[in-house]
Design a protein around this ligand. Structure first.
Ligand code: TYM
Length: 350
């Protein structure tokens, strides 16, 4: 994926960059504690109305967090962890309720899998999601097939305001897509309204903050267009870039379906070491050349993983400086990255 894709997204779709002003306000809420490396590294980089959520929160108004997963396979990959770890961090920072939608219906409708397989993947993904650090008593995880009844009233209201043309245009659907696939997007929008969760929220029109990577924006752009017509608040969003594929920046995001691009949560320490060992490098070929010219850390996958996940920002800065000036070699940086990724995956292997 071209590195300017993310800037283009902001320009084209009118999201806002997370700027210093917003970061300062988040620091007020964290009581001066450093923000999560996902924010510090610029991985979570843009938003819609997050400033409103933060200002209201500072005025004493609560909101809830919403995120989700489409269970397309048994094991999630490292990229899929990101929105869940971020949501858990935000939940603890603001002390708020989280809702997590598992779209087993979406994957049944769009992949060649049975409903039973989708259920099995959902159950296994939920086990992984639960390990991401949420406050259990403030976290509600549901599958669509089980919870659909409670979403249905909002689904109907949204369906009446959104026409086929909009869905086809925004999601690139055609008349050949099956009917369920075409109407599914509404199901992902409904949890943005707090009255979809009467057992959790007494306020039917509470603020909602959605956490995702930018690929999920079409759902939320569309509901933001129609929310006012339904006398609902528009959801706010915080978006990340994609965790780079092991194959480097010219490849798409880390993906389960493209072989060699992903680290899976169940990978053994040795597999992780091997995969990162083969990952795209910004270092020079040969020790001498690396010592002389240094690495291009902007495209180096191992360095990027350190930058995104490492909690010690000083360490990351030092590695970046030494690697780009040739004092560190590719193998050493890959070693740090493999160690870090293995420590993150530790609890998911149990
Ligand atoms: P899914 O299962 O494709 O992806 C789950 C979440 O992971 C994000 N993601 C990534 N983040 C960083 N780097 C990557 N390489 C990467 N790949 C995927 C996705 O943006 C997503 O946040 N339809 C959705 C499920 C869903 C949902 C939601 C997601 C239902 N409600 C509300 C976000 C918010 C899906 O299939 O996600």
């Amino acid at each position: 994926m071209e590195s300017n894709t993310f800037e283009k997204f902001v320009d084209r779709f009118g999201a806002k960059l997370i700027d210093d002003d917003l970061r300062k306000k988040l620091m007020v809420i964290s009581k001066g504690e450093a923000l999560h490396p996902f924010i510090e590294s610029g991985l979570f980089y843009c938003h819609r109305d997050l400033n409103i959520i933060v200002d209201k929160y500072l005025d004493g108004k609560k909101f809830y967090l919403y995120t989700g997963r489409g269970p397309s396979s048994e094991r999630m990959h490292l990229g899929h962890l990101i929105p869940f770890q971020m949501t858990a961090y935000l939940q603890r920072l603001f002390d708020v309720q989280v809702v997590i939608q598992i779209t087993n219906d979406e994957k049944f409708l769009t992949r060649d899998i049975t409903l039973e397989e989708a259920d099995r993947y959902a159950a296994s993904n939920i086990e992984d999601i639960k390990k991401c650090g949420f406050i259990p008593e403030k976290t509600f995880i549901f599958t669509d097939t089980e919870y659909i009844g409670s979403l249905y009233r909002n689904i109907l209201k949204l369906e009446r305001k959104i026409n086929l043309n909009q869905i086809m245009h925004v999601f690139g659907k055609t008349v050949d897509n099956n009917i369920g696939d075409v109407r599914f997007p509404i199901t992902q929008m409904a949890p943005c309204f707090s009255d979809s969760f009467p057992h959790l929220f007494s306020d039917p029109n509470m603020y909602c903050l959605v956490v995702a990577a930018i690929d999920q924006d079409p759902y939320f752009r569309l509901i933001r267009d129609v929310a006012a017509k339904l006398k609902h608040r528009r959801p706010a969003l915080i978006y990340s870039k994609y965790l780079p594929s092991l194959m480097g920046p010219d490849n798409e995001k880390m993906s389960s379906s493209v072989g060699g691009t992903a680290i899976f949560l169940g990978d053994t320490p040795n597999q992780v070491k091997k995969k990162i060992g083969k990952a795209f490098s910004g270092g020079q070929v040969g020790v001498e050349k690396q010592r002389e010219l240094g690495a291009n850390i902007d495209v180096d996958v191992a360095y990027q993983y350190l930058n995104i996940f490492h909690p010690d920002r000083k360490f990351v800065e030092e590695v970046g400086e030494k690697y780009s000036s040739g004092k560190l070699l590719t193998g050493e940086v890959k070693g740090y990255a493999a160690e870090l990724v293995n420590s993150i995956l530790g609890s998911f292997r149990e």
